[in-house]
Design a binder for this molecule. Structure first.
Ligand code: 5AD
Ligand code: SF4
Length: 454
């Protein structure tokens, strides 16, 4: 028996769950802020929520499937509440919404609203429409008006480190990737718009900003002088903001690592010595099939140039194993490139065929057990590199930005310049401060130390 229809209310409490990348984390914050203007207060408990938003990721099949299993639980919750006379609005946002649109409703009827990453500024209006028309709504348009111009100013930041989206979309069309389809073509926000948001964040206590974009180093926003500015120009400009101590950016494409950006790593003190630079595969044949527009040799040359500009730099990367047709020998080339670079950190994935992407149509899909075996070997090597990097930090004194209380009382957790989590005994008053910490020990994923007088 289907539950009785209950008219949803506008306002109340909103619960937002973010899946996938940091851009989704940023979008979730901005959605929450947009809804706050219309009477929704944020809750971290799904049981309290009148509006449940799942901000989804479509990058790999597993990520998308996770959303549907969560929606199954949400459906039960919604039915229980409806039986008790309480309404719940369920919204699916993000990349699954964009990629699947009305199919989301067909697969999961408990969903009231499907809203893509370019139209979430319309959430309050869309929810009002659902209420008025008592019908579900799909909005996966790429509207002409800028989402950023329609969003309210930033609410006080959650902590001293914040994300700021400066660029969205991607024109690279790597053959395995859904991003150019879900997030659209490249778009850069203007320098003035970004600066306003950055100053706003710093005004509420933010000390570190990570500039986000699917292909962030392709940034080409309009500058205050009317010309198109590069990411390096943007970084140097933002570095002038008093009170802002650290800048980072992610994710970059090797082809867009321009000379001025590389130089900025050696010259701009606020730019942290850490770079996430995906290489995906060490085989030139696979790189060409992926449409990556670089070879293994070119990647290595680039790394050498970056290290010449900033010898301290810690490198991070993304790697895919089991791209269609990848042979054992080609996989060995990936291992070899990884060994040659020596990464401080890395994300590695089994290739996942995504509907609508060119690689999904290729023959010679690699069997899952082969992918699993390769991933295991790769991860062993990457974990070893990460541990070696962390071990080399023991005995050093690193500046740490303390971000939040640790699990143990009296302990805070912060970040080193290399983005490692660092635990130290520290008073709560040290939150938001950058203090020198002597590193005494390390684990695979974090460091521990004591605060030393500056
Ligand atoms: N299968 C596996 N990994 C993928 N990525 C992107 N698309 C796929 C896919 N279809 C990985 C890439 C990218 C990261 C964000 O996710 O390594 O850099
Ligand atoms: Fe996807 Fe990144 Fe390639 Fe763009 S550059 S298509 S976001 S993997």
């Amino acid at each position: 028996m289907s539950p009785p229809a209950v008219e949803p209310r506008l306002g109340g409490k909103v619960f937002v769950k973010s899946y996938g990348c940091q851009m989704n984390v940023y979008d979730s914050e901005r959605m929450t802020e947009a809804l706050a203007e219309h009477g929704y207060s944020h809750t971290s408990s799904i049981d309290d929520a009148d509006l449940i938003v799942l901000n989804t990721c479509h990058i790999r099949e597993k990520a998308a499937e996770k959303v549907y299993s969560e929606l199954g639980r949400v459906r039960e919750l919604k039915a229980e509440r409806a039986a008790a006379g309480r309404s719940t609005v369920v919204a699916v946002a993000g990349c699954v919404a964009q990629a699947e649109g009305p199919e989301v409703l067909a697969r999961e009827p408990a969903v009231d609203l499907v809203v893509g990453p370019q139209s979430y500024h319309r959430l309050p209006e869309l929810i009002a429409r659902i209420r008025r028309e008592n019908n579900s709504v799909v909005d996966t348009e790429f509207p002409r008006e800028s989402k950023f111009a329609s969003l309210p100013a930033r609410a006080p930041a959650q902590g001293p480190a914040a994300f700021l989206t400066v660029q969205e979309g991607c024109d690279k069309f790597c053959t395995f990737c859904v991003v150019p389809y879900t997030r659209g073509t490249e778009y850069s926000r203007s320098v003035a718009d970004i600066e306003r948001e950055a100053r706003n964040l710093v005004g509420t206590g933010v000390r570190e900003i990570t500039l986000l974009g699917q292909n962030v180093n392709a940034y080409h926003g309009s500058g205050p002088d009317g010309t198109s500015w590069s990411l390096a120009q943007l970084i140097r400009h933002l570095a002038n903001i008093e009170g802002l101590a650290r800048l980072r950016y992610t994710t970059s494409h090797p082809r867009d690592m321009s000379d001025d950006l590389i130089a900025a790593h050696g010259e701009e003190e606020k730019l942290m010595p850490y770079l996430h630079l995906p290489f995906q595969s060490g085989s030139d044949r696979i790189l060409a099939a992926m449409n990556r527009k670089h070879t293994a040799e070119q990647y290595l040359e680039l790394v050498a140039r970056i290290r010449a500009a900033q010898p301290q730099i810690a490198l991070s990367t993304d790697v895919i194993v089991g791209f269609p047709g990848e042979t054992e020998r080609e996989f060995e080339e990936t291992l070899a490139l990884t060994r040659e670079v020596g990464f401080a950190q890395a994300y590695s994935f089994k290739y996942s065929a995504r509907p609508g992407t060119p690689a999904a149509k290729l023959g010679a899909q690699v069997p899952d057990e082969v992918k699993s075996r390769r991933l295991l070997r790769l991860r062993e090597q990457l974990n070893g590199q990460q541990s070696a990097f962390n071990t080399r930090c023991v005995g050093r004194v690193l500046p740490v930005l303390f971000e939040k209380p640790g699990r143990r009382t009296g302990q805070l957790v912060g970040r080193s310049p290399y983005l490692q989590a660092v635990h130290a005994e520290a008073a709560l008053g040290h939150l938001g401060r950058i203090l020198p910490v002597e590193i005494l020990a390390c684990g695979p994923n974090s460091l521990a130390g004591v605060i030393r007088p500056a």
